[in-house]
Design a protein around this ligand. Sequence first.
Ligand SMILES: Nc1ncnc2c1ncn2[C@@H]1O[C@H](COP(=O)(O)OP(=O)(O)OP(=O)(O)O)[C@@H](O)[C@H]1O
Length: 249
Amino acid sequence: MLTFKDVTFRYPEDKEAMMTDLSFQVEQGEFVSLIGASGCGKSTIFRLINRLLEPDSGEIFVGGQEIHKIRSYAGYMPQKDLLFPWRTIEKNLCLPMEIQKIDKEEQRRRSGEVLKEVGLEDYRNKYPKDLSGGMRQRISFARTLLTDADLMLLDEPFSALDALTRMDMQEWLLNQWEHFHKTILFITHDVEEAIFLSQKIYIITETPITHLEIVEVPENYPRKRDFLRRPEMETLKAKLTMQLRKQVM
Ligand SMILES: Nc1ncnc2c1ncn2[C@@H]1O[C@H](COP(=O)(O)OP(=O)(O)OP(=O)(O)O)[C@@H](O)[C@H]1O
C-alpha cells in the first residue's frame, strides 16, 4: 500500500539530513504504529506522504503508483480535531466536499452515512462545543473517512484525551479499522497504545533516519486489553520504552 524507496530529505535550514535512503513498506490493510523520540522525524514522514514536503531524492508509492501522479490517496487525522466552531457537525463534514464542488444532496447523503458509521447521527445539527473530546475525534475520523482514501495517517489522535476516553477510543478505532479494512499508519508516543493497536511497530532509532526497526506484535484481533499484562508483552513494553529513552539521553 505504501512504499518509501531510498528517500532522502533535508529541511533547507538544516545542515544534516532528516533521513537518508530510507526504504520501508506498509502492506494493504495493516495497522502499523510509528514510534520514536520527540523530534526524530515522525511527522516529517507524514508530511512527505501528504506532499507538504518533497523528497530530495527517492520515491514514495501508494498502491504501486508514484504519489505525484495520483490524487486523494491518503486521509490525514491530526492531534487536534480542527473543527470549525461556527459550523455544525454536518457542515464541518461537508467542507472538503464543498471544496471539491460535490453536489449538496450528495454531501448530505455521504456525511449522513459516515455519521451513522461513527455512531453520532444524532449530532448532525450540533456544534463542536456540544461534543466531548472523544466525540470530536470521532468526527475528525469521520472526516478522514470521507476522503475515501485507503491509507489513513493518524498523527497522535488521542494524545489530548483523558486516560479513560483514550482507552475507549483505542477500542473504537480497532472496531472501525476492522469494519473499513483501511491501512492505518499511526504516530504515538505511548508504547502501550502502539502495542495494543498495531500488528507491527516501526521504530525510528536514530537521526538521520536510514531505516526503521520493525517489531511484530504477536496477538490476534479482536484484542482484549488484558493481553498487555502478559509477561512477554511487559517485556516488549520495557524494551520499546528503553529504546525510546536511549534516544533522548
Ligand atoms: N519546517 C521545518 N524546518 C526546519 N526544521 C524542521 C521543520 N519542521 C520540523 N523541523 C525539525 O525536524 C525535526 C523533526 O520534526 P518532526 O515534527 O518530524 O518530529 P516528530 O518526531 O514528529 O516530533 P514530535 O514527536 O515531537 O511531534 C525536528 O527537530 C524539528 O525541529
